[in-house]
Design a protein around this ligand. Structure first.
Ligand code: MRU
Length: 363
């Protein structure tokens, strides 16, 4: 029997109990609420790969708990060497979101000389901190983002108040430790009456916009209109959109941003229509080790995700498919990147480095 009230930390998609992790199976949403109990790192790696849990920050949090579960299984034998296979397995689950590697590095940094029960206690504290901190960071990020409405120096004339925003994929409480990144800004902008609603692109092939974003927004009574991805240009042309706000899976040293496939199309369309294009991401999504977006490993997923819709074939069963899960938006198309540390307007390498330095991420 699993109940939320005995969880030590609980966010909308991730519950941590003392020796068990539970992930909300996001593949079943919004029509079914299934919690998947996990007691080892293999199960967590499978859950990340198979999209039970998704969204860059949520993947990182889950992987951190995966390391704790691996250490718990090893018990007194837990140490740097014995944990390596589990960490490698988790690192191989999805390649693009840097938060996964960031979280695993944080977990590795506490291993040092400790072993056994002391190590398990330290790893548990670290994973819980990663989980807790994420929600708090999202709230800070959201306030910075919401404050952009009404500003006029983002390389576009204005982010007007009183219009709708367009978003892609799901960047909300389900994709994070709570509140959300792009969706966090949208929540805060709605609360402060700066927007009148949200257009959500359905986000083929996993339909995160249709299944998750529209559901999250409806639960909060934020007016949402679902559109097929190919309606984005038509919607932007209508004049109803004040800004496009999306998340990111990895942002390189020059400000290029990898995010769900289709994001780049939106950035090009936003540029054409003079609409601000905002990328919201915690500092843990910034990857100063990669000079630019051409170096990002873009995950390619199974062809059947495109040939079928919810298990039903919609194309010839053997048609060749190209199924990249992410694309890269060049920095020059981004009006601003918002983190929990503030706003980087019209990002470039120098501004990214200054932001990371003042946040204490790099020396
Ligand atoms: O394949 P997914 O659903 O993990 O992709 C998610 C996205 O692209 C999100 O925009 C990104 O991870 C940011 S979530 C706060």
């Amino acid at each position: 029997m699993t109940t939320a009230d005995t969880a030590i930390i609980s966010s909308p998609a991730i519950r941590w109990f003392n020796k068990r992790l539970e992930l909300l199976d996001q593949r079943a949403l919004p029509h079914q609420t299934l919690w998947l109990p996990l007691s080892n790192a293999d199960g967590v790696a499978d859950a990340i790969r198979d999209m039970v849990v998704r969204g860059a920050p949520a993947i990182g949090i889950s992987a951190a708990y995966g390391v704790v579960l691996a250490a718990m299984e090893l018990g007194v034998n837990a140490n740097q060497a014995s944990l390596k296979p589990a960490i490698d397995l988790l690192a191989a689950s999805r390649p693009t979101a840097v938060n996964l590697f960031w979280a695993l590095e944080r977990m590795q940094s506490v291993i040092s000389e400790q072993t056994g029960l002391a190590l398990i206690a330290s790893l548990t504290a670290e994973a819980e901190a990663i989980h807790r901190d994420d929600r708090e960071m999202n709230h800070r990020l959201a306030e910075f983002g919401a404050a952009l409405f009404g500003k006029s120096n983002l390389g576009v004339s204005l982010i007007p108040e009183g219009k709708s925003v367009y978003t892609h994929c799901n960047t909300g409480a389900l994709a994070t430790g709570g509140h959300g990144t792009a969706l966090g800004i949208i929540r805060s902008a709605w609360e402060s009456k700066k927007i009148v609603g949200v257009y959500a692109g359905e986000t083929r092939p996993w339909m995160q916009g249709a299944r998750l974003t529209s559901w999250e927004l409806m639960q909060d009574d934020i007016p949402v209109t679902l559109v097929v991805d190919s309606a984005a240009g038509h919607v932007m042309k209508s004049g109803k959109i004040g800004a496009v706000i999306v998340g990111a899976d990895r942002i390189t040293a020059n400000g290029d941003a990898a995010n769900k496939i289709g994001t780049y199309n939106l950035a090009v369309l936003a540029k054409h229509h003079g609409i601000a294009f905002i990328v919201a991401a915690p500092l843990s999504t910034l990857d100063p080790d990669l000079a630019d977006g051409s170096l990002i490993d873009i995950e390619e997923r199974n062809a059947d995700e495109v040939r079928t819709v919810q298990g039903k074939p919609i194309a010839p069963t053997d048609v060749p498919v190209f199924n990249p899960a992410f694309d890269v938006t060049p920095a020059e198309l981004i009006s601003a990147i918002v983190t929990e540390h503030g706003v980087i307007e019209q990002p470039d390498t120098a501004k990214m480095a200054a932001h990371l330095r003042s946040a204490g991420v790099i020396a």
